[in-house]
Design a protein around this ligand. Structure first.
Ligand code: ATP
Ligand code: MG
Length: 654
């Protein structure tokens, strides 16, 4: 851990152009203008008010119990049912006809699912699970594509108090097995296959492989038919979803669960190491997810929300499954790849469904920048009112492009910083209140208290960088690493007593606004100067030629560490790049923008960067290779061959 304390970077001390909210944008918002002051006046009462917007079977009397840190209890003596909150209460309030999900299959098939439909399906699915003996306290593993049934299965688990553990549908059989063993899951719900880029991928087959060795806890496997794929069948263990659901009872009487009951277990993306299996609560989680969904995205009654993440990541849990549904919103759920059958796909969906609020990741935005603005611009994207970014720092260049091209030159962007561990947004501007700064997360969510500190635990001054910590418990915080309390304490709570620290660096500008600077482990020390990878990457991407970049600090005999950059050239600039000494040009560009100290020692033009399946750049692999070591564990990479190609390129130069 190395804090970039003391160093100043340009954007923290220089005023930049900001985008204040327009009167047209603010008109009709439900967000009170004094929401932050209100939250600060009495933080716990503020969260209690948010919690009371949910339906409780037994109202809570206690807000926070922090008597055994870092294990928080929120609203602990209250009881509620998450599925009732996400479905039944909207139906009971007469909003059952509202569309919950516009589902779009990759081959072009579509389904419109209202809250009434969800009400019917979730009750049946809950009965189906109970028929199999699943009850409160059991764990159910979901290994599924992006189907309406995926959401129905999550809600059915919640309805009966079973804890779900979703495993991203691209993971291997060994990843499934280790997660099943860790959670003691009794049931796996999967599909015969998934459809991606026009091809069929195995899911059931992978589950079979995971369960081939005996000694596991799984008693049944429910299979959803999606891909019409030949599969093996284990009589007595396997059953079809459509058969089981057709023969079960229609009505299901929900039961309320303790606010602290475990709603789900979910693993981190594995960007920095072995994924950690965090578990989340019922009442506190739903409270903050529901609150941040309506506040960060300035929810309006007729919004059509779209989060492009996969349900296998926390973004999908909080802002596809629980946040939108708890608020009775309408959303898009798209099954397939962004570039199938062509790069127009997402924009066609936005145009056709008149999406108002679009939440995606910087990697997607940079991908579209790489292929050129003509593609989005041949669609009518004028329905978009608000944009959101999540997953990695968004560089100002990508922010501006996103606003201009996808946001019709007017839509505000909320850059939301948070983690699997935090359950929901922690830092984000509020688009109706803040003058937006491209590339900055700006402010903590109302009711959340963060502090940027140096290695000694002192708050940094405005204009400086440091370590991002959360100083007070928040409702949607993870309640632990499943089955490993000690690792939870050590990983997040031991560096600074009483504070949560999850490894990201941040800067505070002269206005007190926050800038996320990437992983602290990725901060470099070059001749005693601390440099942020994010800062150099952002500069590289600002160059006309560059679509994407990754920067690492490689071992260096003279300077301790040296900057090594990897860049991907924009499609439209390939021709221009071939006429130039790209390496010399970009090294000089960085030196001019940031200073000679940041000039990359080497710069590699690569075809693709290594990314996790959630789309994040895996810098540690690049660092290993630059240091002349084997790349290391590539099992959480989307495409392991990317690393092999880069390794060859680097070796050829050493
Ligand atoms: P692992 O913990 O296994 O290494 P991970 O941290 O990538 O994986 P997630 O919980 O999915 O797993 O991601 C959270 C991390 O993503 C944050 O700690 C941060 O580094 C990054 N991140 C998310 N949103 C933003 C954002 N808006 N700006 C900057 N970084 C972000
Ligand atoms: Mg992490």
């Amino acid at each position: 851990m190395s804090a970039p304390e003391g160093d100043k970077i340009e954007k923290l001390i220089n005023p930049i152009e900001t985008y204040p909210p327009s009167p047209e944008f603010i008109a009709g918002t439900k967000i009170p203008a004094d929401i932050r002051e209100h939250a600060e006046a009495d933080r716990l009462e503020f969260w209690a008010e948010q919690a009371r917007t949910l339906e409780w079977e037994t109202p809570f009397t206690q807000v926070l119990d922090w008597s055994n840190p870092p294990f928080a209890k929120w609203f602990a003596d209250g009881k509620l049912n998450v599925a009732v909150n996400c479905v039944d209460r909207h139906v009971h309030a007469g909003r059952g006809d509202k569309v919950a999900i516009h589902w779009i299959g990759e081959p072009g098939d579509t389904r419109t699912i209202t809250y009434n439909d969800l009400y019917r399906e979730v009750q049946r699915a809950a009965n189906m699970l109970e028929d199999l003996g699943i009850k409160s306290g059991d764990v159910v593993t979901l290994y599924l594509p992006m189907l309406p049934e995926t959401i129905v299965a999550m809600l059915a688990c919640a309805r009966i108090g079973a804890t779900h553990s979703v495993i991203f549908g691209g993971f291997s059989s060994s990843a499934i097995r280790s997660r099943v063993d860790n959670s003691g899951a009794k049931l796996v719900i999967t599909a015969d296959g998934s459809l991606r880029k026009g091809r069929k991928f195995p899911l059931k087959e992978t589950v079979d492989e995971a369960l081939a060795e005996p000694g596991h806890s799984v008693e049944n496997v429910i299979v959803i038919k999606r891909a019409d794929k030949e599969i093996d069948w284990q009589e007595g263990r396997d059953l079809w979803w459509h058969d089981a659901i057709a023969t079960t009872a229609e009505k299901h009487e929900p039961q309320a669960f303790d606010a602290e009951h475990p709603l789900f277990i979910l693993h981190t993306s594995g960007t920095t190491g072995t994924p950690k299996g965090l578990w989340h609560s019922t009442g506190g989680y739903l409270t903050q997810v529901a609150f941040t969904f309506r506040t960060s995205f300035d929810l309006r009654d007729d919004d059509v929300f779209w989060c492009s993440a996969d349900v296998g990541w926390v973004t999908g849990h909080s802002y596809i499954a629980y946040g939108p549904l708890a608020n009775g919103a309408t959303q898009i759920m798209y099954e397939g790849a962004h570039d199938y059958p062509s790069l127009d796909r997402w924009f066609e969906i936005i145009e056709e469904y008149k999406v108002t609020t679009f939440y995606t990741a910087p990697t997607a935005i940079r991908g579209f920048m790489k292929s050129g603005r003509e593609i989005p611009l041949r669609h009518d994207l004028s329905s978009i009112r608000l944009l959101g970014s999540v997953g990695e720092p968004i560089n100002p260049e990508a922010w501006e492009w996103f606003r201009e091209v996808i946001g019709s030159d007017r839509a505000p962007i909320v850059d939301t910083w948070w983690q699997t561990e935090t359950g929901s947004h922690i830092i984000t501007p509020i688009a109706t209140l803040d003058a937006l700064k491209p590339g900055s997360g700006q402010k903590p969510v109302p009711g959340v208290v963060v502090e940027v500190i140096d290695e000694q635990g002192n708050r940094v001054n405005p204009g400086e960088m440091g370590l991002l910590t959360i100083t007070e418990p928040w409702p949607s915080m993870a309640r632990g690493i499943w089955g490993d309390e000690q690792r939870f304490i050590e990983t997040y709570w031991s560096q600074f007593p009483g504070r949560y620290f999850a490894g990201d660096g941040a800067g505070v500008d002269l206005d007190g606004d926050l800038w996320l600077l990437g992983r602290v482990d990725d901060v470099m020390n070059v001749s005693g100067h601390r440099l942020s990878t994010t800062e150099i990457e952002s500069t590289l991407v600002d160059h006309d030629l560059v679509a994407e970049s990754a920067v690492i600090g490689a071992e260096d005999e003279t300077t301790g560490q040296a900057v090594v950059g990897f860049v991907v050239i924009k499609d439209s600039q390939r021709e221009a790049a071939s006429q130039l000494d790209v390496e010399a040009e970009l090294r000089a560009f960085v030196a001019k923008r940031i200073g000679a100290i940041a000039r990359p020692r080497q710069l590699y033009v690569v075809a693709e960067l290594p990314k996790t399946r959630s789309g994040k750049i895996m810098r540690r692999l690049l660092k290993n290779v630059a240091d002349g070591k084997p790349a290391g564990d590539t099992s959480t990479l989307t495409d392991a061959s990317v690393m092999a190609v880069i390794e060859e390129q680097v070796l050829a130069r050493q």
